[in-house]
Design a protein around this ligand. Structure first.
Ligand SMILES: NC(=O)c1ccc[n+]([C@@H]2O[C@H](COP(=O)([O-])OP(=O)(O)OC[C@H]3O[C@@H](n4cnc5c(N)ncnc54)[C@H](OP(=O)(O)O)[C@@H]3O)[C@@H](O)[C@H]2O)c1
Length: 250
């Protein structure tokens, strides 16, 4: 399938995990992917694997000085973005009593403020028929201890799906979200947990997933590309759950 021939995607947090898998699949279907990440090292490493139709920008979704420069940097490659996948991020988890102001601001700056202003800045490059897709999470539907700040930040992103879809409908820009379950990525590596702690957390998590396995980043990428394609031409304001049913089944 070549659904994106000659089109450009901007994928924030495209150096790894779901963002990288989406960039790879978008290029495979004829498109160009512009990816962001926080360091030249991670961005260049991803570009080497993605090939000549990939372009990279070092940009931190939690830093407004970087976001203000993003449109100009993207404009070096294209004046028309077909897919904006607002995906950059990670979780930090702590009990209510021990959440610090830094923890709170770090997650809200990156996941809420960064998400909002990334879309605001890129919209002038988006035309009728293009799509904004937000990466939310199943944790907005389930109360999970130690997830209070992360879940609240992702819930704000769920709200953006609704408000942005209402506001952008007249421009012909479709707005949707993807809500992943537990996906096999580097997400735990930003938490400060040791490898042993991560392994033991996963041993507790996997039996509670209806399919008894983590999702693959490629399973998210396929859903993102579906939402960005003509196959989803009548889908707008939707949050598509790709979570093996974990948000629905007890
Ligand atoms: N994995 C899960 O189970 C899961 C479930 C639901 C939702 N999510 C969400 O899915 C999204 C992608 O995460 P992932 O699971 O694919 O994790 P991942 O493998 O760690 O990838 C995260 C990506 O985001 C980038 N990134 C992180 N912080 C950034 C920042 N401040 N500015 C710019 N780029 C940043 C990373 O790039 P650099 O390291 O190069 O900066 C990397 O490319 C996140 O929003 C996460 O909250 C994950």
């Amino acid at each position: 399938m070549q659904r994106f021939t000659g089109k450009f995607a901007l994928i924030t947090g495209g150096t790894n995990g779901m963002g990288f898998a989406t960039a790879k699949q978008f290029i495979h279907e004829g498109g160009h992917a512009i990816i962001t990440g926080r360091s030249a090292e991670t961005v260049n490493h991803a570009l080497e694997q993605l090939g000549p139709n990939a372009h990279g920008i070092v940009s931190n979704a939690g830093k407004m000085t970087d976001i203000w420069k993003l449109r100009e940097e993207v404009s070096r490659y294209t004046d028309s973005i077909h897919l904006l996948f607002v995906n950059a991020g990670y979780g930090k988890f702590s009990g209510i009593a021990t959440v610090s102001e830094e923890h709170f601001d770090e997650l809200f700056d990156m996941l809420v403020k960064g998400t909002f202003f990334t879309v605001q800045q890129i919209l002038p490059l988006m035309r009728s028929g293009s799509s904004v897709i937000f990466n939310t999470s199943f944790v907005t539907t389930i109360g999970t201890p130690h997830f209070s700040v992360y879940s609240a930040a992702k819930s704000a992103v769920v709200s953006f799906i609704k408000t942005f879809s209402a506001e952008l409908v007249d421009q012909g820009i479709r707005v949707n979200g993807i809500s992943p379950g537990h996906i096999k990525t580097n997400i735990f590596n930003n938490t400060g947990l040791s490898k042993d702690d991560i392994d033991s957390a996963l041993q507790n998590i996997i039996p509670n997933i209806p399919f008894k396995r983590l999702g693959e980043p490629e399973e998210i990428a396929k859903a993102v590309l579906f939402l960005a394609s003509e196959d989803a031409s009548y889908i707008h304001g939707e949050e598509l759950r790709v979570d093996a049913g974990i948000s629905q089944i007890r």
